[in-house]
Ligand binder design. Sequence first.
Ligand SMILES: Cc1cc2nc3c(=O)[nH]c(=O)nc-3n(C[C@H](O)[C@H](O)[C@H](O)COP(=O)(O)OP(=O)(O)OC[C@H]3O[C@@H](n4cnc5c(N)ncnc54)[C@H](O)[C@@H]3O)c2cc1C
Length: 473
Amino acid sequence: MSELNALHDLLKGLGDEVVRSGERIVGRRNADWSGIPAVPPLAVLYPRTTREVSQALSICHAHNQPVAVQGGLSGLAGGGCTQAGDIALSLERMNTIEDIDEIAATMTVQAGVTLQTVQERAHEAGMMFPLDLGARGSCTIGGNLGSNAGGNRVIKYGMARAQVLDLEAVLADGRIVGGVRKMVKNNAGFDLRNLLIGSEGTLGVITRAVLQLQARPGSVATAWCGLADFDRVTALLRLTRNRLATGISAFEVMWPGYYEYVLANVDGLRAPLSARHGCYVLLESVGGDPARHQADFEKVLQDCLEAGIIEDAVVAASDSDAREFWNVRDAPTAFPILMPRLIAFDISFSIADMGRVSQDCVARLGARWPGSTVLVYGHLGDGNLHVIVDIVGASDETVLQVEAMVYGLVEEYAGSVSAEHGIGLKKRGVLGHTRSRADLEAMRAIKLALDPRDILNRGKIFPDELLTRRMND
Ligand SMILES: Cc1cc2nc3c(=O)[nH]c(=O)nc-3n(C[C@H](O)[C@H](O)[C@H](O)COP(=O)(O)OP(=O)(O)OC[C@H]3O[C@@H](n4cnc5c(N)ncnc54)[C@H](O)[C@@H]3O)c2cc1C
């Protein structure tokens, strides 16, 4: 009955423009891209202001009503999915860009603005917002911050966390914390901004943020390199990082299994190099003066060739060449169709370990499941590996065994079970491979201090045994 009382009070306080239920939400998508099925929510809240978010949460808190926090629902961990008894809180109507400050190079936005809109507005203002990922058209700044998204340019600009000066959020009981100050330096007490970023909607609802914009690069140089082995890949990373004055903006590595699979199976791809190599790297650097930057880039690659670090390389002569290189790297968007039962991993390691991890992973999975497809690629500069496993006719039991093997490897090499997609519902059971008991207890203590009734994204992030211990027990 408590949920009916909550709905009654929400309607009374916020009206049916904000609170929608029944017929008005039939057919709505309530799940993200994780593949985890969602249970239809009791209602969906569409607040327009921070004040309305605050009102909504204080009513839900009073009624012990669980709330699923949702941005663009492009997440890959199930963080935004609704579960039995949830009310969904969507930020999609809070989509205003409030301010662009050309002196501070900042943009102040509401949390429901899409990443692509932010990128476009920054571009129009002669600057750049560097966060970038495949779901840019649908994901929102609130979701990017909630999940501390990574993506394509982390090696130069950092993850979402590094691109925010301040944020405003609403706690579970409706109190509003933080704000939209534009300072880089602010050591006045605990950094609540960084506590909320990456907390996947479990500690508070982000409502507004001040984003740090960057200078728009005058030049982008891109190359596709073939190398003999992984030791040479790390040598290339070291050398290009040290020699290119403006640094590198992407360093994507692909092992031969991946390269050969995508060229054979994904339509419209062209092999950047004709010969076979032990590893492939897509290298990108952004700079200021186009002629000088391109010449420096080519000189560094020439030196790498002469030093035997790379076996061969091709430099993009046009945007369309660069696009063709990126198409080979972005081919995984076709994987769900090519391998509907694929098992995907987003894991991270110290860069020096990535060669051995990849080798062990392919060898162990291949020995246990001969004939399986195992593809390895990733944002090497960030220590992030993506591993795709496809075993024809795999049962649920086999999937669990594959996960146990790969996450066992993560533990063995002191890596992380989630590099950039978060934990959500999907990885709760394996969080203990990466975080100690003391870490998990500390996280739970923070959760219960800020959300004592456990209403925000209930049941997410924490393993089952910690979920049973509620503050009010
Ligand atoms: C094709 C594709 C490519 C992708 N590529 C990448 C990639 O390269 N790197 C990467 O990191 N991710 C990637 N993702 C995953 C996803 O796009 C990101 O996690 C994105 O940041 C989620 O944003 P969203 O608005 O869709 O959030 P949602 O999916 O709605 O939510 C994500 C999480 O954030 C929480 N949340 C949402 N809004 C708020 C808010 N206002 N306040 C607090 N918490 C909130 C939710 O509760 C949930 O836990 C990709 C996804 C797809 C489909």
